[in-house]
Every structure is written in structure tokens, then in C-alpha cells.
Design a protein around this ligand. Structure first.
Ligand SMILES: Nc1nc2c(c(=O)[nH]1)N[C@H]1C(S)=C(S)[C@@H](COP(=O)(O)OP(=O)(O)OC[C@H]3O[C@@H](n4cnc5c(=O)[nH]c(N)nc54)[C@H](O)[C@@H]3O)O[C@H]1N2
Ligand SMILES: Nc1nc2c(c(=O)[nH]1)N[C@H]1C(S)=C(S)[C@@H](COP(=O)(O)OP(=O)(O)OC[C@H]3O[C@@H](n4cnc5c(=O)[nH]c(N)nc54)[C@H](O)[C@@H]3O)O[C@H]1N2
Ligand SMILES: [Mo]
Length: 928
């Protein structure tokens, strides 16, 4: 190539680098639209691919309203490059070379090695990734400028060209606006042309006209993204940390190579993981490196999104939040990462607070937290002889891989496992006995078992006398003295569908077994009568004195952290918040009733953090109607969740691998866990504490984030403990208290002593058969089976019961942009019993229509014997409109949010406001 062509080609590289690195600047658009550009750039070269697409690019740059045109391109940029839209482009070599929507892969290490060899580095001010198309285009320009023709030729043809063409094709096919389509085509044509010019000098002619147009029209080139000076690779590191994919919080070791997370493993010795990770934890690197991450703040205008800087976005949010009438700004946090910061801020504003408590298991918590000392004690399986699980799918949903391993070991050792579940779950499949119970009838089964244990005198009289209250009243109900209805196994059989002899036998076996325990969780919690059923199941533990006994539910206790505000720092004062709603046993905000709450003005604005209301609060259309009626809505998320689409402002939180926290935890032992900032925040995402700091400064809540860095806050929290933050950070976890059986004897109470916390407390210090809080609030305080409201029961029109379930490979709605996990579980299906399917002419793979009185949806059927007739199930979490599920480039990835379509809106169980995800009457038919 001659000197003239070299200079022209440099200019064209810089032109495309400028247009692809960020939103198109206004003056760049004006320059391209100008007549000078046209005459010089393309007329003479109309015949070439580059010339003709540049001509079209110019034509679609022109508009009488150039500002309007520019605004339109900003929306399109957000859709294409910032994941605001459903068909994004990925301007990264890693994605195209790896053929997967995952960034920061081998391509980056290779690129860094090349940059180092060329003696350059990428401008650290560039907030996007190094293997960006704009960076590689600029590197080409730089090499040409340096006269390194060999370096240029090999980089262009071996590195940039192969994937750059794929990117350009992707841009051309994903763009909705012709401008970006033409930009993709033009850039692709240029790469061809530049490649040809390496061998055939004539080919550079196509670039000459464009270069001349750029010069004449004074195109505003961006500064080079390539700076002189090689940067050495950073040291490899292994960082002890914890997984935050699900609530288990397993210890993990993060392997970081030159600043990039390359792998994770279980943290050896960690009491939660036991040195193991599940498939979700193992896929953590693909979470932080999902190509669907939010990258910058977004503001919604005219129904579309555009990029905003943090100042603009936070100014807007602060001013709008300040104008919400006091007590009407609802703050929802689906997860609680370093929550003391945001909680203090929103408590100061007097906001009703929502957490996933109500969406998940508040019904069962209201039983356990008042009768026992915690929402949900775990069984220590180390010595188990006999385990009963009511709808708790330990093998798929277990909190902690050490617990799962102990559970499997117990089964291998011959421990007996009885599972009550309408579906043969992964756990039921491994059970000694699977009892396919009718949904919503566990209370009857447990009461029938209690009848046998009490009337046959099989209970632990010592424990009952010394460590329980309310036994006499419970006994009176069980044997029928209270209301004339004895809760016999025969009585139970008629309700729950499990033979009386089976219930009686299991009850006898259980009472007679050595190390034993019984547990339930959300299998029940999301049914209408869950509260009393949970209490009845827990009463079996109470009768047999299994709490804190070998093989029984271990009593939770955790160390308490101190205040993060010390040395004159003042935690912002808390303002009382309206309760919003009131249920039998719990008052507070249950978002399952959101539409009603917005309609009658109890809530006017929403700040939603790390949650997806549209997907998880119940009936999606109802939630969406509520969101549309709000004065203002902000979403803080790592991805473009369904709720973001209804939000005025969307703020990109860094993922949990890019920020830190200290957490007291418990699994038989008490311990402290550290969650490390494994990699620095990517793109222009901010960790939540920084978002709050920005809002607090603008809203005059100066004390909210007073620390010079978060390490200071964590050190403050640990100041009164015998261990330092430094030590915790180095080790990843610190065991604070050893596991012990029968801790309550030492504590002289079932509640842990001062300095320790658990999620509930028994005000009698003993296990209560009779719930003292219920007694006070006029709610039936004793365990039982409660009949379900008539309008919720299956009937001739809706004869089936649908229930939501979980998969081992996914967590809530959080893992659906993780390509590694989506490859394992691409979609969900409807489980339907073989006999039911035959009756309705349904085969596996058929599309079926599900309807309830509250909505309709469609899903593919999976015909199986592993579910009770009359019961339907599908896995939850699917149904994202954006991200991997919404991306037409991956048509086989994506599923259906069945409960979101079918659930009764504004309806919950009565004690704690929990939505009825596992009890929806439904009709099923083959879809036309
Ligand atoms: N892999 C994974 N693990 C998780 C989660 C996740 O999303 N993914 N989420 C975490 C959270 S927040 C929760 S709340 C837990 C939930 O943990 P689990 O309660 O174990 O999980 P589910 O799959 O919701 O329900 C368990 C079983 O209950 C059965 N079931 C449905 N209705 C009834 C009924 O009326 N009676 C009985 N006896 N059984 C019934 C279902 O068939 C199902 O097999 O999992 C936690 N762990
Ligand atoms: N339809 C349906 N509804 C449900 C359930 C269901 O299975 N199906 N389950 C119920 C239960 S048991 C529960 S506990 C609740 C859970 O409901 P939520 O607490 O609302 O759900 P999550 O899936 O934990 O949070 C979802 C959001 O977190 C975002 N996210 C993922 N990783 C990160 C991160 O690192 N940082 C930030 N800031 N955001 C991140 C995801 O993009 C997603 O939008 O839902 C309940 N509702
Ligand atoms: Mo949950």
C-alpha cells in the first residue's frame, strides 16, 4: 500500500472506531449528513460496497429535525449496545470467537499479549471492554501510523477480520434503525477493503473517497483508545469468598488471572460449602461475564431507553424521590447484599420496606418464628436414621453443599427417607418412600401422625414437659376433645389421599427411630393453609424432642455484627413507615397486593433493588398495571429485568462478584463469611452502596455513607467481636462457635443468648405447640388442617392444581442470563400425569393451553408418571422479555412464567401475605 492509501485507511479505521465506541455524537451525525461529505465521500465510488453503504448511511442521517434524528439513534444505541432491547449486538471479540454470549474469555488474554508485544495499552478511561471492536480498529490505525506494516497486516487479518465481520453482520441484522444497519454493512465492507488492500493496492481506492469526505466535512474523530506503553499482566490470585447465587452462601475460592475471574471452586473447610459448589455456584464466572449485563444508567423517554451519565440519572432520581409524599415511596429489596447501607437510607425516608420474605415463605415463618427461634431450622444429617420431608426438595434446593453431601451420605448409610410431595422430585426419587400427597393437605397428614404418636404414648414426655408449652390444648384438638373431630389417620386419609395405615406406620417408625427429624419449606408455604400445616409438621419434632438432637432440626444462632457508624458517625435517624397491609399475624407491605395498593394510593412510587416484581410478585399483568400507575419507578439490577421495562430510570448495579460484604451465618456451627470484590466493577456499573451514597448526597442525608471506603464500615461492624475484619478477609470465613447438640440446655432457653441472633424468638423460651402471638391476635393458635376457601378449590371447570417448582440449575429469576446454566436448562415444560394426559389427548412435546379464572398461557407438555394425577407443575423463573431468554439469536433458550399468568391477582394466604404460587386451580387442553 502506498503512503496516500495508508493515510486514508488510518482515517477510515478511526471513523468506524469513533462511531462504534459509544453513542454517535451530534456533531458526528451532522458531519455525515452534510453535503460536503456526500460530494466527496461517495458519488464517485457508488459502485463499491463501501461507497454505496456510506451513501445510504448518509441518506438516513439526514432529517429536517436533526436533533430528533439524533435522539432516535440514542434509543437505538441503548437497545443494541446497552442491552435495553431484545436483540442486542455484542461488540466484543470474546463473544464472537467463543460463539457464546459471554465476555472476558481467552480472546482478552490473547489481545492483551498482542498489545503488550506492540508496546501499547488501552486507555483506562474507556469504560467498555478491551476486546471491543472500536479498540481493535484503533489499534489498526495506531499500527499503520507507526508504520508497523507487518504488525498491522497480521493483526488485521488474523485477529480483527475473522470476528469483526461476524460483528458487522450481527449489527446489520439486529438493527431496527437503518442507520445502524448501514453502519454495520459499511464497516464490514471496509474490513474487506482494508484486507484486500494488504495485497492489492488498488483496493484502497474505495477508502480514498470516504477519507476525503471525512476530511472535508471535518468529521470529529474520537481520541485514540490506544496509548503508548505496555502494561504487565497482573499477578494471578486465589481469593477466598462466598457464593451469592442463592441464599445458601457457600464458601468459594475465586481464581483470578490478570484481573479476570477464570474459575471458582469450593472453599476448603468452609462450614457451608464443605469445599463443594453446586452447578449454579460453579457457573458464577458466566454470571459476571454474561454479555447481557446492564452497562450504564438508562432513562426512559417516550417508551424507549437512552444512556445517561450517573450525575444526570442520580439528579433525576433524587429529585423525583424527594417529591413523593412521605410514606408512599416503597423500597423493595429482593436480596440483601450489604443491606445495612440502603436500609438505613430508606428507613430515614420513612419508606415501607419489602423483602422476599412475603413472596417466599412468610406463612410458614409466622409458625416457626413464634413457636421456635427461627424461620427455618435445618436438619443436621450427620447422624440421621430417619428423615421426613414435606415438600422440601433437598437435592435440588438445598441451602449449602455440605448439607447436601451429609444428606446423600445418610441415604447411602441406609437412613430412611420419607418424602411427602405430589411430585416425584429429585429427592422423592431417592426416598425410601414417596407419598404423593394432595397439594395443600399436609396439615391433615401431620395431624394424623400426631394422633398416633400421642394416643399410642410414643412421644418424648421429658422434652414435652420441660421444653414445650401448649401440649394439653394441642392434645385436646388432636384427639377430638376440642371439637369432636379426632384427627385420626383415617380422617387424614380422606383429606390428603395417603392411606391411614401408611400414616400410622410412618408415625410409629418416626417416633421409634434414633436420630430423626422432619422438615418443610416452600412446598407448603405457598399454599393457602400453609401456616397451620407448617405448625403441625413442626409439632412432630416437638412431640419427639428432636430439636438440637442428633438427626433433628438444629437450633440456629449467629453472631451479631455491631453498628457500622462509629467515632462520631451518626446513622441517619429512622422515620416510622406505614405498614401498608395487615394480615392475620404480620403487618407490613406484601407486594402480592401491589395493584390494589397503587390503585388506592397507599403506594405512589417504587425503588426496586435486585428483584423482578413483574416476574415474581404474582400475577404479572396485575403487577404491570400497578407499575404503570405509579408516579415514578426506579430499578437497580445487573440485567434488564421485566420490571426495568416499566421503570423511569434503570441503574446498573455491579454483580455480587464486584462488591463486598461481611455476613454472620450459621449451619450447625456459627461463623462469619466474607464476600470479596473478586473483580472491580465492570463497564460503568456501580456497587449499590455508591448508588446510595450518590442519592444521599443529593437528598441531604449526609450521614448515610460516611466511610472513606467500605472496608472502614466492615471493620466498624466487627469492632466489638474478638476477630478483625483483616483476619476475616484473609481467611474468607471464621468459625465463631462450634456445633453442639442440645444448646438450649446450656442457653436455658430455646432462644440464643445475648450477642447472638436468629430470625425468630419464642417468647416463652420453649417450643410452643400453641402459638402465643396467634392467641393474642385472634388467629387459631394450634396446628391443624384448615379447609381452603371455596373459590380456590379445583372444580369442574378448573379440575387441576398447578404448583410452581424449582430446578437445581436455576435460582429464582436470577440465572437466566447465564449461558452456562441456560445450556443445562434451556426452557421449562408442564409436568402432567400420564393418565391425565391420555384423557386430554396430550403427548409429550405438545403445546398445551393452561387457563385459570385469572389468566391463560401456553407451554409444552412433559407427560410423566412422576406426578400425582390432578396435579400440574412447571419450574419458575423463566419468562424474561429481555436478555438471553428474549434474544431471537438463541431461539431455543427461554420459557414461560406459568404462575405469573395464572395466579389470582391481589390474593395471598391469610397469615403472612404470601402469594399462592403452589395452589392455582387450572384447566389444561391441547392448544390448537
Ligand atoms: N436450585 C435452587 N435452589 C433454591 C432456589 C432456587 O430458585 N433454585 N430458591 C431458594 C428459595 S428462595 C426457596 S423458597 C427454596 C424452596 O425450596 P423447596 O421448597 O424445596 O422448593 P420447591 O421446588 O419450590 O418446592 C418443593 C416441592 O414441593 C412440592 N409441593 C408442591 N405443593 C406441595 C404441597 O402442597 N405439599 C407438599 N408436601 N409438597 C408440595 C413440589 O412438587 C416440589 O417438589 O429453594 C431455595 N433453593
Ligand atoms: N413466578 C414466580 N414467582 C416467584 C417465584 C417463582 O419461582 N416463580 N418464587 C418466589 C420465591 S420462593 C421467592 S424467594 C421470590 C424471589 O424473588 P426476587 O427476590 O424478586 O427474585 P430474585 O430472582 O432473587 O431477583 C431477581 C433479580 O435479581 C437480578 N440479579 C441477578 N444477579 C444480580 C446481581 O448480582 N446484582 C443485582 N443487583 N441484581 C442481580 C436479576 O436480574 C433479577 O432481575 O420470588 C417468589 N415469586
Ligand atoms: Mo423463596
Amino acid at each position: 500500500m502506498n503512503e496516500v492509501s495508508r493515510v486514508d485507511i488510518i482515517l477510515v479505521h478511526r471513523f468506524f472506531s469513533t462511531l462504534l465506541r459509544d453513542e454517535v455524537a451530534k456533531d458526528a451525525l451532522i458531519s455525515i449528513a452534510s453535503r460536503t461529505f456526500e460530494t466527496q465521500a461517495s458519488v464517485e465510488k457508488e459502485g463499491s460496497a463501501l461507497g454505496s453503504s456510506i451513501l445510504r448511511l448518509m441518506a438516513c442521517s439526514r432529517d429536517k429535525d436533526i436533533l430528533g434524528r439524533h435522539a432516535g439513534l440514542r434509543y437505538e444505541y441503548a437497545d443494541l449496545f446497552l442491552n435495553a432491547g431484545s436483540n442486542p449486538v455484542f461488540p466484543y471479540e470474546s463473544v464472537h470467537r467463543g460463539k457464546a454470549p459471554v465476555v472476558q474469555q481467552q480472546a482478552v488474554f490473547d489481545l492483551r499479549a498482542k498489545l503488550r508485544a506492540f508496546g501499547v495499552h488501552v486507555d483506562p478511561e474507556f469504560r467498555d471492554l478491551e476486546d471491543h471492536i472500536a479498540v481493535e480498529l484503533d489499534l489498526c490505525a495506531h499500527l499503520l501510523e507507526q508504520g508497523d506494516m507487518d504488525g498491522y497486516a497480521s493483526f488485521l487479518s488474523e485477529t480483527l477480520l475473522p470476528w469483526g465481520q461476524l460483528f458487522c453482520e450481527q449489527l446489520a441484522s439486529c438493527a431496527q434503525d437503518p442507520w445502524y444497519r448501514e453502519l454495520g454493512l459499511a464497516c464490514g465492507a471496509f474490513l474487506d477493503c482494508a484486507h484486500l488492500a494488504l495485497e492489492a493496492p488498488d483496493a484502497a481506492g474505495d477508502c480514498a473517497a470516504l477519507a476525503e469526505g471525512l476530511r472535508q466535512a471535518a468529521f470529529p474523530f474520537g481520541a485514540s483508545l490506544i496509548l503508548p506503553g505496555a502494561i504487565d499482566a497482573r499477578e494471578d490470585r486465589e481469593i477466598p469468598t462466598h457464593c451469592y447465587t442463592c441464599g445458601a452462601l457457600c464458601g468459594m475460592t475465586a481464581k483470578v488471572k490478570d484481573g479476570i475471574l477464570t474459575g471458582v471452586a469450593g472453599l476448603q473447610g468452609d462450614p457451608k460449602s464443605g469445599g463443594r459448589l453446586c452447578p449454579k455456584g460453579g457457573a458464577s464466572p458466566k454470571h459476571v461475564y454474561s454479555a447481557y449485563r446492564l452497562k450504564t444508567p438508562l432513562i426512559r423517554e417516550n417508551g424507549r431507553f437512552r444512556k445517561a451519565g450517573w450525575d444526570e440519572a442520580l439528579d433525576l432520581v433524587a429529585s423525583r424521590l424527594a417529591s413523593v409524599p412521605e410514606g408512599k415511596l416503597a423500597y423493595f429489596r429482593g436480596n440483601d447484599f450489604a443491606n445495612f447501607v440502603h436500609e438505613a437510607f430508606f428507613e430515614h425516608l420513612g419508606c415501607p420496606k419489602g423483602t422476599h420474605r412475603t413472596m417466599c415463605d412468610n406463612s410458614s415463618r409466622m409458625a416457626n418464628e413464634h413457636n421456635l427461634n427461627d424461620k427455618r431450622p435445618w436438619i443436621n444429617y450427620d447422624e440421621s436414621d430417619y428423615i421426613i420431608l414435606f415438600g422440601n426438595n433437598e437435592l435440588a434446593t438445598s441451602y449449602g453443599q455440605r448439607k447436601t453431601a451429609a444428606f446423600k451420605k445418610a441415604l447411602d448409610r441406609g437412613a430412611k427417607l420419607v418424602v411427602f410431595d405430589p411430585r416425584k422430585s429429585e429427592t422423592a426419587a431417592k426416598a425410601t418412600e414417596w407419598l404423593a400427597i394432595v397439594p395443600g393437605t399436609d396439615g391433615a397428614a401431620a395431624m394424623g401422625m400426631a394422633y398416633v404418636i400421642i394416643t399410642e404414648d410414643l412421644y418424648d414426655k421429658r422434652f414435652v414437659a420441660d421444653w414445650t408449652t401448649g401440649f394439653e390444648q394441642f392434645r385436646a384438638r388432636v384427639v377430638g376433645e376440642e371439637d369432636g373431630v379426632a384427627r385420626t389417620p383415617e380422617w387424614a386419609e380422606a383429606i390428603c389421599g395417603i392411606p391411614a395405615e401408611t400414616l400410622a406406620r410412618v408415625a410409629r417408625e418416626f417416633a421409634g427411630a434414633g436420630a430423626k427429624g422432619v422438615l418443610s419449606w416452600t412446598g407448603l408455604a405457598q399454599t393457602p393453609n400453609a401456616h397451620w400445616a407448617t405448625a403441625a409438621i413442626q409439632a412432630l419434632n416437638g412431640l419427639c424432642g428432636t430439636f438440637d438432637a442428633p438427626g433433628g432440626p438444629s437450633l440456629p444462632f449467629k453472631r451479631k455484627l455491631g453498628s457500622a457508624w462509629r467515632d462520631g458517625q451518626k446513622k441517619p435517624e429512622k422515620k416510622a413507615a406505614p405498614k401498608v397491609d395487615s394480615f392475620g399475624l404480620w403487618s407490613g407491605w406484601s407486594p402480592a397486593n401491589f395493584e390494589d395498593q397503587v390503585r388506592d394510593g397507599r403506594i405512589r412510587a417504587l425503588f426496586s433493588y435486585w428483584a423482578d416484581p413483574v416476574l415474581t410478585w404474582g400475577n404479572s399483568e396485575s403487577v404491570a398495571r400497578g407499575l404503570e400507575k405509579l408516579d415514578f419507578c426506579v430499578t437497580v439490577d445487573a440485567f434488564m429485568c421485566n420490571t426495568a421495562l416499566y421503570s423511569d430510570v434503570v441503574l446498573p448495579d455491579s454483580t455480587w462478584l464486584e462488591q463486598q460484604q461481611v455476613k454472620p451465618d450459621w449451619l450447625y456451627e456459627a461463623f462469619l463469611s466474607y464476600f470479596a470484590e473478586v473483580v472491580p466493577p465492570m463497564y460503568d456499573s456501580w456497587p449499590m452502596y455508591r448508588i446510595i451514597e450518590g442519592l444521599a448526597q443529593r437528598m441531604g442525608v449526609t450521614d448515610a455513607v460516611p466511610w472513606k471506603n467500605m472496608e472502614e464500615a466492615f471493620a466498624n461492624q466487627m469492632r466489638d467481636l474478638p476477630w478483625s475484619f483483616e483476619e476475616l478477609r484473609e481467611k474468607g470465613f471464621i468459625l465463631t462457635d462450634a456445633a453442639e447438640y442440645h444448646k438450649y440446655r446450656k442457653w436455658e432457653s430455646i432462644n440464643p443468648p445475648a450477642g447472638y441472633g436468629s430470625s425468630g424468638s419464642s417468647r416463652t423460651g420453649k417450643y410452643n405447640f400453641l402459638n402465643p402471638v396467634s392467641a393474642e391476635k385472634g388467629v387459631d393458635p394450634l396446628p391443624d388442617f384448615k379447609s381452603i376457601e371455596q373459590d380456590l378449590l379445583p372444580d369442574a371447570e378448573y379440575p387441576f392444581l398447578f404448583g410452581n417448582i424449582r430446578l437445581l440449575q436455576h435460582e429464582h429469576c436470577s440465572t437466566f442470563n447465564n449461558y452456562q446454566l441456560m445450556k443445562l436448562r434451556k426452557t421449562n415444560t408442564l409436568l402432567i400425569n400420564t393418565a391425565d394426559a391420555a384423557k386430554h389427548g396430550i403427548s409429550s412435546g405438545d403445546l398445551v393451553q393452561l387457563s385459570s379464572p385469572w389468566g391463560v398461557t401456553r407451554i409444552k407438555a412433559d407427560v410423566t408418571d412422576d406426578i400425582r394425577p390432578g396435579v400440574l407443575a412447571a419450574a419458575g423463573g423463566y419468562g424474561h422479555v429481555r436478555g438471553l431468554e428474549g434474544d431471537p439469536k438463541y431461539p431455543d433458550m427461554g420459557g414461560v412464567n406459568v404462575p405469573g399468568a395464572l395466579m389470582p391477582p391481589n390474593r395471598t394466604e391469610s397469615t403472612g401475605g404470601t402469594p399462592l404460587l403452589k395452589y392455582i386451580k387450572t384447566r389444561v387442553e391441547r392448544a390448537a
